[in-house]
Design a protein around this ligand. Sequence first.
Ligand code: PHB
Length: 395
Amino acid sequence: MIATSRRRFLAGAAAVTAAGFVPTRFAIGNQAPVKVGLMLPYTGVYAQLGENITSGLTMSLVGHGNRLGGRPIEYVKVDDESNPAKGVDNATKLVKGKEVDFVVGTVHSGVAMAMTKVMAKSPKAIMLCPNAGANALTREACLPNVFRTSFSNWQTGYSMGPVIAQRGHKRVVTLTWNYAAGQEMVSAFLDGFKAAGGGEPAEQLWVDFPDSEFQPVLTRIAALKPDAVFAFFSGSAAVKFLKDYDAAIDRTQIPLYGTGFLTEGVLAAVGKAAEGIVTTMHWAETLKSSENILFMGDFRKVAGRVADVFAVQGWDTGTLLYRAMDAVKGDTGATQAIIKAMEDAEVTGPRGVWRMSRNHNPIQDFYLRRVEKGQNLVEGVAVAQLEDPGTGCKM
Ligand code: PHB
């Protein structure tokens, strides 16, 4: 196995040299590692998301011999702190300073958009976004060397619109953090809600990111008595939000809905306060496919915890990486061929089947899920093979 990939790599390296590029290999048995930058939150409200993306990614690559196109892998980690103000500096450190071949990042939409400024000036490096849903990343700010393996914020919000409308809820309050992810999910939800006959929002409520002081907005919801609430919070703040909502609001009177992040990676900590919550998401831990069952078991063995959607996105980022690097036999200089392999990707994995859109964003199913006994149970498919419109992307 190793011998075969070495032979393939040697053939690739020779071609690269002949074409006049710097050889990526110094001597037999001494291959230069492929440098993979991990620009993710390892502290703060999204720390657990960063950890699970990292575990999913490394698990995927270890499963492929811990090599990319036959070459060893060197990871360079940066904690981006979910801080957009530091985004350009952190990405520059990795792409220019450390000269990484690939940069995997990140979770927060604002930080991801800062990263694209660096990627626009570094067309030889490739960015794989394993979470952040900023619509612009694969719309007006799309780039040939930027791919997303997760979702656009529009996809996650839009898929919830018909669900709430069809349940007959008319007066719906939206509640989220006041930054790109929350704003875009709410706006997309309202689009989907209106398209399904749902009408105008009763009120839009906002909390500053990354605050988790929810009493003022919960008091407002209790006073408004809407038919339902649509919310987005994530990470450690979602744990507190679900507990606070349950304590302050009678959920049989004012049910809570949201994008699936609300109930990802938090159910064990939240307990009963999450039971019955309905969300949409491009994955669920209870999907019965053999790929998902295998993934859940392996992740528990390797990471010692239950997988969540962030782990899945890390895993699929690994899938894209090793496939593209196999396609070029480890030649990181073959940027166009790497891009082509990623564009052609059709992945059958834990979330089901998805493929890369023209704008470099997954086209995928959004499942309807309800929390029961501490798990997101799948009730069906809310929207099949949903594609972000990609408006304004020219490439
Ligand atoms: C985002 O900022 O795009 C974001 C962050 C956390 C999530 C989902 C989206 O769970």
